[in-house]
Structures are given as C-alpha cells and as structure tokens.
Design a protein around this ligand. Sequence first.
Ligand code: NAD
Length: 259
Amino acid sequence: MTASEAFGGKAVVITGGAGAIGQATAREFLVRGARVLLVDRDASSVEYARTVLAELGDVSTAVADVSSEDDVAGYVQTAVERFGTIDVFFNNAGIEGRMQPIVNTAAEDFDKVFAVNVRGVFLGLKHVLQVMLRQGHGSIINTSSEAGLNGATSLADYVASKHAVTGLTKAAALEVARDGIRVNSIHPSPVNTPMMRRLESTWNADSPETVKAEFEAKSPMGRYSDPSEIAKVVVFLASDDASFVNGAQIRIDGGNGAA
Ligand SMILES: NC(=O)c1ccc[n+]([C@@H]2O[C@H](COP(=O)([O-])OP(=O)(O)OC[C@H]3O[C@@H](n4cnc5c(N)ncnc54)[C@H](O)[C@@H]3O)[C@@H](O)[C@H]2O)c1
C-alpha cells in the first residue's frame, strides 16, 4: 500500500486544526488520502490553514469553541453530514494558560484552561463516541503533554488539565474497548511552535531564546520536536498498524521520560 492509499477516503476530524500541531497532522493525513475537517475557534486562522492545505486534498473547516457543547455537537454534525462517518478524531485543541505559581493563579485563569483542555476534550469524546459507537469503529487520539504525566512549575493549571486528559483517555478506552474503538493519548515535550514561543516569552520577556536553550539543554536529544514528528505518531495511532494499542500514553519527548 502506498502512503497515498493508507487513509484513502477515511474521515478525520482535527480540533485545534488551525494550530501548529493540528495543521501538521492534517498534512500527514491528507497526503495519505484522508478527508479532513479542521475545527478551530479562530475563523481566520482555520480558513488560512485550509487554503494552505487545499492543494493536498479534501480539507474543510468548522468554526467552533470546543468548550461549548452546542458548538461540539455542531462540528460533529458537520462532519457526519459531510463524510457520513468519523473514522479518526484528533482531540487536540488546547491552551497553555498563563505561567504563574499556584499562589498567584486566579481561579478564573484555572477555569479557562480547564474549559478548553478538559471540558473540550470530554465534550469531543462524548459526541464523537456517539457516532463511532453507531458505526462500530474509530480511533481517537487525545493531545495531552508530558505535563500530563509529570509536574512542572508555574503551570499547575495546564499540568492538572493535561493529567485530566490522561484520565479521560484511560476511562474512554476502557468504556469502548469492545466496540471497535481505540482511544490513546499523546504526550509531547516542547514542540517548535508558536505555543512554545509564547511560553518562552512569558518566562523571560527579555531573552526568550535563553529559555529555549535551557529547555533544549535539558532534553536528552538536545532539541525541541518538529510538529511533523508529532503528526506522524498520530497517524500511526490512527492506523490499523496500531490495532492493539489502546488506552496508552505515548510519550513523544526525545527521551525526557527516561531521565
Ligand atoms: N506546542 C507544544 O510544545 C506542545 C507540547 C505538548 C502538548 N501540546 C498540546 O498540543 C495541542 C496543540 O498545540 P499547538 O502547539 O498546535 O498550539 P497552537 O496554539 O498552535 O494551536 C492550538 C489551536 O487550538 C485552538 N483553540 C484554542 N482554544 C480553542 C477552543 N476553545 N475551541 C477551539 N479551538 C481552540 C487555537 O485557536 C489554536 O489554533 C494543545 O493541546 C497543546 O496543549 C503542545
């Protein structure tokens, strides 16, 4: 089977589809023949992503806030109307929140991070699983983080939210394991993306490049990953080659977890 046939005609829904990891993953699915729905709350960015990716294949968009149940029901309905099925769901939208120690974190900031990273992932699972249970198959990949397996300072809301994604993944995987549906989570360390640029600037506004250098120095492989390196793992987890991988937490961290 050639790369362009591996996902031929398969329907893939990606939340956070305008973002760096979402777009990179859409690219990998499109070149393998999938039809992709990019979901994002940022209408202009997701439209721009569509125009960039359009030459690769069948890509469309839905504007939705993943923390709104009506919006989630809406993008799921859009996908079903457009494709008839949802074969793969990349439940990926997330925000980093503000970097601050717990003692300075406003409850409202905590709630904002949980609204997107936890409620958004939960609602996506709830509505997409209803479709996948009807059709009797599907693969879901939730984007957690290495912060979903380990702690980090000044990011407690993000860390807690990504641990919740790990928990949602395990719970969902067990619920639907006999229904032809697999649910796994990915756990990247820093990826070379605008999200990391924002975090580096928050950490040290005068010298964000120092923060990057420190992160890279701590990494066993001495660098950030590229979004394409995340995307290729997502494609593997979505594929039949991962047919017995379920409820798993897949680190994509250049060895951070081994240290
Ligand atoms: N970049 C990293 O280093 C890194 C590392 C580990 C995990 N992650 C996770 O990967 C995922 C994607 O991150 P990214 O680097 O592509 O970030 P990004 O900021 O480039 O993309 C995130 C996208 O999600 C969208 N989004 C945010 N809130 C939304 C909402 N309420 N409804 C719909 N869309 C919403 C944004 O508009 C954006 O397009 C996130 O869950 C993030 O936490 C990123």
